[in-house]
Design a protein around this ligand. Structure first.
Ligand code: UDP
Length: 552
């Protein structure tokens, strides 16, 4: 069946259910952004020009909100707890609904069993028949629950699963045996999925798929009004929980206060939290639409280093604020910071919000060393002088999210056998860049025409190597460059194949080339001082990094 865009969200709102603060938060968000989704649906509909879209049967099982996982989030919705995940799930549900798919939503193990057709009371009885869904979106908690309640059949059906995974999972952590043998075992990884089945909140490592969420969009009149009504010396602090204000913040808060009126939205019960200085005008935790109003007036939105990589900085920039945030030197990672410890990634986080730093940057985002008070002071003065327009990257608009999710649903297929083979012609050039040949692989997605072969420096990952040439690493293309032909430009005495997430690549010292023997370990993120890597890069659409130019 063909999927038809939906512009009425009432069925979705009913499906989300009631009885928990998290659900109410999600429904308020869906209602508030409804008009924006409708406009986006109409635009994308026109853009796709009647392109056929299969209607899929989709189950969304929100594991972290189930009672069975302990649901620690719902009770904290009104108390300054994390809201990013709920923002994202609300937007995923809306996108799937608006795209016209056949959607079922489960927020408990009982509902999950019901939808999967596991007879009630038969606990972990494996699902024997066919899976009644084309796609299942869940999270790590949900995956665990499915393992318990689908038993052996999870293995058979796992190519249909997508895992919403805020911070991402790198291939080395996802491969059970490899992770166990090489010290990459964590509480989360080791599911042996294709790493692109993990979908992240921001485009972290391209080994995963970028799912994202949306932020509020403004029309031209609203933009003009905002710019006219900006209060140049008004700052809002990022951090809704008092603990985020603790320790060592007094110094730069004082500097900030020298120039600006400081506002906060810190949750409190009866009296002002002691962590928040008296000169701060604290509004308490605000409903989302009131926070937007505050951001519309403020000139500066300032981060203190935590929370990492949330939605709020994008909302601030979308409402015409400049986001000021600390640079992390050395970068934070699972090796040196409690928050990331045990997360299935070795990604190095260079600032509180690397996406804002790297994808947006000045004048909207200013990243400085907070330990250097001169630098900090100068940044505040620069911000007060700078005029900016509200800005939202296309990939965080409703249309951008719909476009991306539509393309994933129609083209990402982890169930079909993969096509492999040498599909490129290397060109003699100093950076050893190769172009995809005119050999075509009809089912390959992204299309092989987007492939650019590149060789990294020693110690450099393919994420960095591709980025430095203006491309992005595309893990789906590894299968086309994992062959001797791709190594033609490289002088190697031996070519062997091994199981190692750095491969394919070669050791300059030993003049040894190695191919990858385990496709699950193809990794953009991997790097090693001893290796130059073979990197499959691709082009991307401006403002929509998940999609190559010919991907739509
Ligand atoms: N938020 C809110 N009221 C506030 C402060 C934040 O509704 O007073 C919302 C904000 O609009 C954002 C969400 O909380 O969409 C998540 O914000 P954050 O970036 O702090 O990420 P988190 O750590 O909660 O995941």
């Amino acid at each position: 069946r063909q999927a038809a865009f939906r512009t009425d969200l009432s069925v979705l709102l009913d499906q989300v259910g009631t009885g928990k603060e998290s659900l109410s938060f999600m429904k308020r968000r869906i209602r508030r952004l409804a008009q924006q989704w409708v406009t986006a649906a109409n635009r994308l509909d026109a853009k796709l020009k009647q392109q056929w879209r299969d209607q899929k049967k989709i189950l969304v099982h929100v594991g972290f909100l189930t009672e069975e996982s302990g649901d620690v989030f719902s009770p904290k919705v009104l108390k300054g707890g994390p809201l990013g995940e709920m923002v994202q799930w609300a937007d995923i549900l809306t996108a799937l609904h608006v795209l016209g798919h056949n959607l079922k939503i489960s927020m408990s193990v009982k509902e999950l069993q019901g939808f999967l057709g596991v007879p009630p009371g038969r606990g972990n009885c494996p699902l024997t028949g066919p899976l009644p869904f084309d796609l299942i979106y869940t999270d790590y908690h949900g995956l665990q629950q499915m393992k318990q309640h689908m038993g052996l059949s999870l293995k058979k059906h796992k190519c249909h699963i997508r895992v919403i995974d805020t911070f991402g999972t790198e291939p080395a952590y996802n491969h059970e045996e490899y992770a166990t043998l090489h010290g990459y075992r964590t509480n989360w990884g080791y599911w042996n999925l294709n790493a692109r089945q993990y979908m992240t909140m921001f485009p972290h490592t391209p080994d995963n798929s970028f799912m994202g969420f949306v932020s509020e969009e403004l029309n031209d009149t609203e933009k003009r009004n905002i710019q006219q009504n900006k209060v140049n010396n008004m700052a809002v602090v990022y951090g809704k929980e008092a603990s985020m204000w603790k320790q060592g913040k007094e110094g730069f808060l004082q500097i900030l206060h020298r120039y600006m009126e400081v506002h906060g939205t810190v949750y409190y019960e009866t009296q002002r939290p002691p962590e928040v200085p008296a000169f701060v005008k604290n509004h308490g935790l605000l409903p989302q639409h009131e926070l937007q109003q505050l951001l519309r007036k403020a000139k500066l939105f300032i981060g203190f280093g935590f929370p990492y990589e949330g939605p709020a900085p994008l909302e601030a920039v979308a409402n015409g604020c400049i986001f000021l945030q600390p640079k992390f030197r050395p970068p934070h990672s699972s090796l040196n910071h409690e928050f990331f410890r045990g997360k299935p990634t070795s990604r190095e986080v260079s600032s509180q919000h690397p996406y804002a730093e790297q994808y947006i940057g000045r004048p909207h985002v200013v990243t400085v060393d907070y330990n250097n008070s001169l630098e900090f002071d100068a940044a505040i003065r620069e911000i007060m002088r700078t005029k900016v327009e509200p800005y939202l990257p296309y990939e965080y608009t409703c249309e951008g999210m719909l476009e991306r999710v539509h393309v994933y649903i129609q083209h990402q297929d982890f169930c079909a056998p993969e096509i492999t083979g040498p599909l490129f012609v290397p060109l003699p050039s100093s950076i050893a860049l190769g172009w995809a040949s005119n050999v075509t692989a009809p089912r390959a997605w992204p299309p092989v025409t987007s492939l650019r072969l590149l060789i990294s420096q020693e110690g450099q990952s393919c994420v960095e190597a591709c980025q430095s040439a203006g491309f992005i690493c595309e893990p789906a293309h590894f299968r086309f460059i994992n062959n001797k032909e791709a190594l033609l430009e490289v002088q190697c005495d031996v070519v062997d194949s091994e199981i190692n997430h750095i491969l394919p690549g070669f050791s300059v010292v030993r003049r040894e080339c190695s191919l990858q023997r385990e496709p699950l370990l193809f990794s953009c993120a991997g790097h090693s001082p001893k290796y130059r890597r073979l990197c499959p890069c691709r082009d991307f659409r401006y403002g929509q990094v998940a999609l190559c130019r010919d991907c739509l």
